[in-house]
Write a protein that binds this ligand. Sequence first.
Ligand SMILES: Cc1cc2nc3c(=O)[nH]c(=O)nc-3n(C[C@H](O)[C@H](O)[C@H](O)COP(=O)(O)OP(=O)(O)OC[C@H]3O[C@@H](n4cnc5c(N)ncnc54)[C@H](O)[C@@H]3O)c2cc1C
Length: 413
Amino acid sequence: MTIIQRLLSEEQTLMRESCRAFVDDVVIPFIRKDWQREWSMTPDDRLPREILEGADRIGIRTLGVPDEFGGVELDKASEVRTFALISEEIARGDSGLSDKLVQNWKVSVLLRNLAPRHLQEKWFTRLVKDPQFLLAHCLTEPRGASDRWLPYNVPEAAMQTRAVRRDGGWVINGRKQFISNGYDAGLYVVYANTDPKVGMMQGTSSFLVPRETPGLTVARCNETLGCRFMNNGELVFEDMVVPQDHLLVENEALGKAGIYFQPGKIIQASKNLGVGVRAFEATAEYVQNYVQGGRILIKHQAVALRLADMATRIEAVRALRDRAAQAVDDGATDADVLCNMAKVYASEEMMKVAQHALELHGGNGVMLDFGIEKLFRDAAIFLHMDATADVSRFKIVKSLFPHSAGKYAGPEA
Ligand SMILES: Cc1cc2nc3c(=O)[nH]c(=O)nc-3n(C[C@H](O)[C@H](O)[C@H](O)COP(=O)(O)OP(=O)(O)OC[C@H]3O[C@@H](n4cnc5c(N)ncnc54)[C@H](O)[C@@H]3O)c2cc1C
């Protein structure tokens, strides 16, 4: 790919180079050679420990953790753009691995902003010390997540996981599903209803829950279509007791999680872009070497057109992603709408890029050991993460037309 990434700071250029080397030298060779590993039904055996150790060595496991706790603090003025750049680079190697790492960054941003100092010291120190330590953010429940994203802010749509104050602490009962790093994390941020009489925006609180907390069970690792190294999991809380100081935000946790949601959408678009970039690179190599009809594939016009289409979609997504990331870094008023646009646009465009890759590889495209079908599977996951495509579109219209757009849930006023 000859297109140049423009306007990178020195910090971003250096990080991008070390990520690219890590992906080219370690991640891609592992994925190609050990392609069966993502299918291991023993989730602990999927990702070799050395991969997270390697990520730790180049400093990308603890992004967002303040310097004073030993993390890698980025320039705040361009932090989200740097998250974007790195998550794209790592997803070019494997999007599940990228997801594993970005959960740490996103939750670290949340803790940095919301957790009391003694808890930051305790948990950031543990995170920094142990290269296998991961974080997870637990919102979604079996009754569905779209109501939360819209939001459908009425008592009957509130979270079913309940936290009740007792003896100076909190007792939590409920269940969370579809949680990235849910199977592996050492520390969870859990959202629970603390006031059933009001809507979720006014009655949801967030708690820090260490993995070893009695009453917490990691019920299962979900077997996903793609991004399988993220070890997506389901958690059950049965009379789980959390001390008072582990309450992060009382009642207004969803509003406060905004500091996490916007970077989250950018990172989502970026991981997705990384999958498309890899699909393009692999296809570009294939069509310049594989011969049919007496010439290499790229010399067939139909193939050339598809290749141009893939490259154009990638650049269009990158341009929108960069614009949205800049808006988030700047705290701009249009950041919300741009984030949702970038996320939903990436999910649909990269699906098309992955489909072109699959088709241009012919039968090889669907062979498990060839590596292309994995990109197609990974791309499909992004249609569902961090809000569905349709719900993201509702958010876009609601931002653009706040006075006339619908609520898209419940009776209209
Ligand atoms: C791989 C993966 C990783 C994830 N990681 C996490 C995580 O780390 N933490 C976390 O908390 N969650 C996580 N999620 C959950 C994710 O945010 C939700 O899956 C997503 O928001 C969609 O919610 P849902 O699956 O409950 O779908 P539902 O809300 O049940 O939606 C089902 C369908 O109904 C449509 N729909 C819903 N409401 C409306 C409406 N009002 N009008 C029209 N159509 C509607 C939706 O668009 C969709 O097509 C993850 C999900 C996946 C797949």
